[in-house]
Design a binder for this molecule. Structure first.
Ligand code: GRG
Length: 296
């Protein structure tokens, strides 16, 4: 199976599970359930759940056992996008090629959609089986790992510094902080929880963490480059918004060719971190190339 076919297979596995975990669209009060589904099934690439499944496989685990965690991470990611698009934050009208949640359902429901997705995510993690390599204490470790990635040392911390930095000249260190929190934290958590649930050794966990941090960095740099050189149709959102909003980005601080070189170096580090893994980690290797070459 090619890398692309495997990504499609994993995404369809995740979508089926998400469909089961999300409350039915018609169940009372239906507007919130419909709105949750609107954002979750809007055509995301499902890279983070793919990372959960693939890191489980890389350490000899069973992807079915990590599916609830993979879905939890995707729900959390979708919550962050819904809230990030709100008028109080980025005030974006389009996401994944469709009108944003608040444009369709109004601001109050969009805030609650994010809250509900986040809550459902932690509910799924709490329901992870306490048998197998994880055990009772292990479930708590997984929840702690994801809580750290979602909290003020992760997504929220990155978002706060991003907001405070608007229209200011940001230094390289602050840029690194923002993106290691906004993007890196969830990549890191995805890979770590997949491996933790599957009984990874501390050494495997360390290597996979280095892989995820570098993959997240490469992803973010490419994201910044796509905002300059990308195709609006393929991206499903307008390009040039970073420059318009005077956002600190890798091309802005390091130049376009400097940013491309940084993405290449991060990809090289990610590849190196997988050196001691066998062919079970091939999907993780393919993901590095996919992230570098992506056009959306
Ligand atoms: C907690 C409100 C709140 C925000 C946290 C993560 C975040 C900060 C904001 C989301 C917006 C953003 C620009 C995040 C940076 C990471 C990024 C480029 C996300 C988009 O990820 P993709 O391309 O999205 O994987 P799809 O749609 O494919 O799932």
């Amino acid at each position: 199976m090619s890398f692309k076919e495997e990504l499609v297979r994993q995404a369809s596995l995740v979508d089926k599970a998400l469909n089961e975990y999300l409350p039915p669209a018609g169940s009372y009060p239906s507007v919130i359930h419909e709105a949750m589904r609107y954002s979750v099934f809007a055509g995301g690439k499902r890279l983070r759940p793919a990372l959960v499944l693939a890191s489980a496989k890389a350490v000899g685990g069973d992807e079915k056992k990590v599916l609830p965690a993979a879905c939890a991470i995707e729900l959390l990611h979708t919550y962050s996008l819904v809230h990030d698009d709100l008028p109080a934050m980025d005030n974006d009208d389009l996401r994944r090629g469709r009108p944003t949640s608040h444009k369709v359902y109004g601001e109050a429901i969009a805030v609650l959609v994010g809250d509900a997705l986040l809550t459902l995510a932690f509910g799924l993690l709490a329901g992870l089986p306490q048998t197998g390599p994880l055990g009772t204490g292990g479930v708590v470790h997984v929840i702690t790992e994801v809580a750290e990635a979602a909290g003020t040392a992760g997504l929220i911390g990155g978002q706060v510094v991003d907001i405070l930095s608007a229209e200011k000249l940001v230094d390289k260190q602050t840029l690194k902080y923002i993106h290691s929190c906004k993007t890196g934290a969830l990549y890191r958590a995805s890979v770590r929880v997949g491996a933790m649930i599957s009984g990874a050794s501390p050494e495997q966990l360390n290597k996979l963490t280095v892989y995820a941090e570098n993959l997240g960095l490469a992803f973010q740099i490419v994201d910044d480059i796509l905002d300059i050189e990308g195709d609006e149709q393929k991206l499903g959102k307008p390009v040039g918004s970073d420059i318009k909003n005077q956002k600190a980005t890798y091309p802005a601080l390091h130049g376009l060719s400097g940013a491309k070189e940084m993405a290449r170096q991060a990809a090289e580090q990610a590849t190196g971190a997988l050196y001691h893994f066998g062919s079970e980690a091939d999907f993780l290797r393919g993901l590095i190339y996919f992230v570098l070459q992506r056009d959306n």
